[in-house]
Design a protein around this ligand. Structure first.
Ligand code: NAD
Length: 477
């Protein structure tokens, strides 16, 4: 086991935020440091009574918050963003340590979250007048839903939290936010910062186990669940939300295909493609998870990938120069290890990296030519292992790319952008990229098709998902 790394500042004192005040969990639960695999801090384990308290506070705060002008809500959101930025040292190091990513990337994640929140704050959902004549006025209004429950995953705790906080509050909803059990601290810190900015009850943060998510999805006073996580949990949430017919936004898993075309330039493009698969150690919802490569260049690309992989520096969050950390949790480490073991029963990897001992470190592992039924090819790995898959006929590569229950992202890579766009037009996913994977922005809607999700986040469409469409229909004269 690695020796414990430096503890991020303030981690021990972080509390729940309920009705604008700090609240301790009835009990604490141990959170593991991904770099050592050992518990490093305790987080409050919210009880069902505390959830009820938070929902009651959010419900009580809703009418006044919904009636607060959009511009004032936006000002408070921007003040919150400024306060988070002023706290970047703490929030950034909390993200880095709990998620197991290098410190610079933890800070960059927080800044990325702020970039999105500030970008959402530039968007608006004005009423739309459909008829306005002597006889009739018909106006479509976007009104907030009420109490929103947001549940996030562990790969980007701060970014995903900002993706939930900003649109929910901007549109006039109140919020109960739950981070993943293994990455509670940065989100708890965001709750602390919000206490001084938002009116009581508007923004509540509760950490705890999966049960807390179950209580939220069944709660009669929560009107919408905004969820980021796995397909299996998305299905469970949809079922649990049915009795109360909650509104849902589900951002789920993917098994994104990347199709490399014949004119792909290994010298200038291979590094971007490599990082499209390995950024955040492969723990990205929409990143390259299977790569289809023309027969003519697969060996040369494999050689280049091995060289790139060999130069990646892996280590704990607070070590200088580290580019990639461990996997975030034991379950994910075991899953990636299982998928790699199964893939090895088909073919030996052509590259396996070196990683520090202990913790949840998994070596970058590269395969070629695995069969379609190999689990590393047909399931989501969400980790640092991938297969380059040979094709001789572009039609078959397109068919295989589309042949998946997932449909989050897909990409096409080649020097001739027009030719790549023609292939992109035939890929069936919510986000289709050319010569990049992924690329997102606050004004760009983002969501999956098929089992990768329901609804979108970001952009005006993403904001609209936090509202009810209400039609005001007036007979005149
Ligand atoms: P997960 O589904 O196990 O957990 C996600 C969250 O759901 C956690 O907060 C967890 O406590 C909660 N939860 C678990 N069971 C629940 C239940 N029955 N009811 C309500 N809440 C419950 O997912 P994960 O392992 O944390 O995240 C990895 C997955 O998330 C991957 O599949 C990845 O692709 C996906 N993801 C998707 C996106 C996207 O935008 N599409 C972004 C990031 C991650």
């Amino acid at each position: 086991m690695n020796k414990p790394v430096r503890i991020a500042a303030g981690i021990q004192d972080l509390a729940l935020t309920i009705n604008g005040k700090a609240a301790s969990g009835a009990a604490g639960y141990q959170v593991n440091d991904p770099a050592t695999g050992a518990p490093f801090a305790s987080a409050p384990d919210a009880t069902e009574a505390q959830l009820n308290e938070a929902v009651a506070a959010a419900k009580a705060a809703f009418p006044a918050w919904a009636a607060t002008p959009w511009a004032e809500r936006r000002q408070m959101l921007l003040a919150f963003c400024d306060a988070v930025e002023a706290d970047i040292e703490t929030v950034g190091s909390l993200v880095a340590q709990e998620a197991g990513k290098p410190l610079a990337k933890g800070r960059a994640e927080v800044m990325g979250g702020l970039f999105f929140a500030r970008g959402f704050a530039k968007l608006e959902l004005p009423p739309e007048v459909l008829r306005d004549n002597a006889d009739q006025l018909v106006r479509v209004e976007r009104r907030p839903i009420g109490v929103v429950g947001s549940i996030t995953a562990w790969n980007y705790p701060a970014l995903l939290a900002m993706w939930k906080i900003a649109p929910a509050l901007l549109t006039g909803n109140t919020l109960v936010l739950k981070p993943a059990p293994s990455t509670p601290f940065a989100t708890l810190r965001l709750g602390e910062i919000g206490r001084n900015i938002f009116p009581k009850g508007v923004f509540n943060v509760l950490s705890g186990g999966d049960n807390l998510g179950r209580w939220m999805t069944a709660h009669p006073d929560i009107g919408k669940i905004a969820f980021t996580g796995s397909v299996a949990t998305g299905k469970a949430i949809m079922a649990a939300a049915a009795p109360t017919l909650k509104r849902l936004t589900l951002e789920l898993g993917g098994n994104d295909a990347a199709i490399v075309l014949n004119d792909f330039d290994i010298e200038t493009q291979a590094s971007d493609l490599f990082w499209a698969a390995f950024s955040n150690n492969g723990q990205v919802c929409a990143c390259a998870k299977r790569i289809y490569v023309p027969e003519a260049i697969i060996d040369a690309l494999a050689e280049k990938f091995a060289a790139l992989a060999g130069s990646v520096k892996t280590g704990p969050w607070d070590m200088d120069g580290v580019e990639v950390g461990p996997l975030q949790n034991r379950k994910q480490f075991d899953r990636v290890s299982d998928l790699v073991a199964e893939a090895e029963s088909y073919a030996a990897p052509f590259f396996k990296g070196k990683v520090p001992d202990g913790g949840f470190f998994h070596p970058i592992t590269l395969f070629k030519d695995l069969p379609d039924e190999c689990r590393l090819v047909c399931e989501e790995q969400f980790g640092p292992a991938i297969a380059l898959l040979r094709y001789s006929d572009l039609e078959s590569a397109i068919a295989k790319a589309n042949d998946s229950p997932f449909g989050l992202g897909a990409s096409v890579w080649g020097k001739n952008v027009d030719a790549a766009m023609q292939v992109a037009a035939r890929l069936d996913a919510g986000n289709v990229f050319v010569n990049q994977h992924p690329s997102m922005g606050p004004e760009i809607p983002y969501g999956g098709v098929r089992q990768s999700g329901i609804g979108v986040e970001c952009g005006v469409d993403g904001l609209a998902e936090y509202t009810n469409t209400v039609v005001l229909n007036v007979k005149r004269g």
